[in-house]
Write a protein that binds this ligand. Structure first.
Ligand code: AKG
Ligand code: FE2
Length: 563
């Protein structure tokens, strides 16, 4: 029977709202790809343009023997070049891997109403969610994928709420893989010349989630994607794939068997697990390890399952480049800590509110009061150009938790979210701290974001944050040095006049203005950038910053002189 959906809305309701999923649609019998699933040409995965990944899998058991150093080098090298590698002898029983694949098939093979019981809003637990595509309400073209995600909080919670078809194996998988994840992260951090305490290591992988992905057969794989390009935002991802294939990774730099920008396939190796670096490790390593973009092609012959485990830093972790690495690299390639300043804006709290007596120098002291509570959650995107990040932040005042807020790294969204503007009670704060799941932002539950995937924003982050010189701090502490740097750069580009004086008698070149605005925005702290987002004239922003920070000459002059 060929499905007949009167319009796009009825198809959407059938697949998404009623929880039939892509599988439900395909099971009706489908001869062509519905319009909603047709990707724009630049997002399609053209097989001819891809190549096969030749790197041999890494034998993890050798980490415990005389070949430790060699294996550690192989791991670090793969993390630096491709950001993906496969491991064998990982100590996770092969029978368990087989059971995981069959459990995934069992779960998705059930009647739609059984799966639909775990849909957003009706699932018995906020830690379990069945859904389809990534953010179907927002996407212009949907992904050809159904999934169930299970966030681990405790064994008891998992055994009570995770679906019967997969809870035992998924929990076993999560537990048996944890040692392996720790080993790999430890090796990667050690190769950066940093020794990580066990508690820190635990914290970096403190939040864990198992997903089961199901990619039904597709009438035309050339038009669709199973998963669109993205990078994973956590620390490390472990991925079990079946034998069908279709996982492609974008090369971040030239390597044997491929050129930068090419997509290469991570071909299934029996018994192996795929490991990939997430954004967190990329940031911690100051960009040395690659959180590579990847995506999944659909197939017309057979359905495919994959079972990733995402490991994510604990809510209390501040994520920034490791100081030792920054020191040896001589530059911090990411702002630190990730997302900190945006929180301030989101809270709507001026520094004067939190530390009235610390007004001078502004903000300089306030940073100490901040602690990044929730890392960040990718909550959705409106086409690939509008990803949105959310983070939950706590700001203790004199050691007492004073306020909490939600922050976003998406400038437009930052204006629109309803955020706590007043201090919240200690009770609220501790419940936020203990259970991120209880937080709700405009009815949007962070964990309902269902996968902790970073959308292409992380691409921007890694590219845009490569700075020519140190960005202007929110406190303005480095203002004088920053002014010199900007002037130098703009002089070199013959653009200096446009910021320093108004050029009333000359026609204003809008393109030049835009170029300088981009340049300035790139080199100021997130908080300042968001604050001055609507400013279009570089001369005005230049004067505003001078007005704001120039008084610090008196305070910082001795230091500035040494710069
Ligand atoms: O299914 C796969 O092979 C990859 C899935 C993936 O990248 C993800 O869920 O983040
Ligand atoms: Fe992924």
């Amino acid at each position: 029977m060929a499905p007949s959906f009167e319009d796009g809305k009825s198809l959407f309701n059938f697949v998404v709202r009623d929880g039939n999923g892509v599988k439900g649609m395909v099971d009706l019998g489908l001869s062509k790809v519905p319009e909603q699933y047709i990707q724009p040409p630049h997002e399609r995965i053209v097989k001819l343009n891809t190549s096969v990944h030749e790197l041999p899998p890494i034998d993890l058991s050798k980490l415990d023997g005389p070949d430790h150093d060699q294996v550690a080098n192989d791991i670090a090298n793969a993390a630096e070049v491709l950001g993906f590698f496969q491991v064998l002898n990982h100590a996770i029983p092969l029978e368990l891997l087989e059971s995981l694949k069959s459990s995934a098939n069992d779960f998705f093979g059930q009647a739609p109403e059984k799966k639909a019981a775990y849909r957003k809003g009706v699932s018995p637990s906020p830690h379990v969610k069945y859904g389809t595509s990534f953010v179907p309400e927002k996407e212009k073209a949907l992904e050809w994928k159904d999934y169930v995600s299970m966030v681990y909080t405790s064994d008891a919670d998992a055994l009570s709420y995770w679906p019967n078809e997969c809870k035992d194996v998924a929990l076993e998988y999560l537990k048996t893989s944890t040692d392996m994840v720790k080993k790999i992260v430890k090796v990667l951090i050690a190769k950066l010349g940093v020794t990580l305490e066990d508690s820190k290591l635990e914290a970096l992988i403190g939040l864990r989630m198992v997903n089961m992905n199901y990619y039904p057969t597709c009438p035309d794989p050339d038009l669709t994607v199973g998963v669109g390009r993205h990078s994973d935002m956590g620390t490390l991802t472990v991925l079990l794939q079946d034998g069908i294939g279709g996982l492609y990774v974008k090369l971040e730099e030239d390597m044997d068997g491929g050129k930068k920008g090419e997509w290469i396939e991570i071909t299934p190796v029996p018994g192996a697990l795929v490991i990939n670096i997430g954004d967190t490790l990329q940031i911690l390593s100051n960009g040395r390890y690659k959180s590579a973009e990847h995506r999944v092609r659909t197939t017309s012959s057979q359905s495919r399952v994959s079972v990733p485990i995402f490991t994510i830093p604990k809510a209390t972790e501040r994520i920034g480049p490791l100081p030792e690495v920054v020191e040896s690299d001589g530059v911090a390639r990411y702002r630190e800590p990730f997302g900190l300043a945006a929180a301030e804006l989101q809270l709507g709290l001026d520094l004067d509110w939190i530390a009235p007596r610390a007004r001078k120098p502004r903000a300089h002291t306030s940073n100490k009061f901040f602690c990044l509570l929730g890392f960040a959650f990718a909550t959705g995107h409106d086409s690939i150009s509008q990803p949105m990040w959310l983070g939950l932040y706590l700001r203790p005042k004199n050691q007492n938790l004073a306020s909490a807020g939600v922050s976003t790294h998406h400038p437009q969204a930052s204006l629109g979210l309803g955020l706590p503007r007043a201090p919240v009670s200690a009770h609220n704060v501790s419940s936020l701290a203990a259970g991120l799941p209880r937080l709700s932002v405009r009815g949007l539950h962070p964990l309902e974001a269902h996968t902790f995937r970073a959308l292409p924003y992380s691409r921007d982050m890694s590219n845009l944050n490569k700075l020519d010189f140190t960005a202007l701090e929110v406190s303005g502490i480095n203002y004088l040095k920053w002014v010199q740097d900007v002037k130098l750069q703009l002089t070199a580009k013959s653009l200096r006049a446009t910021i320093e004086e108004s050029i009333d008698d000359e026609p204003v070149d809008e393109a030049q203005k835009a170029t300088i605005m981009i340049f300035i925005r790139k080199h100021i702290h997130d908080a300042l950038r968001i604050e001055y987002l609507s400013e279009k004239d570089p001369h005005t922003i230049w004067l505003t910053l001078a007005y704001r920070f120039d008084h610090q000459k008196d305070i910082y002059l001795p230091e500035a002189k040494h710069d």
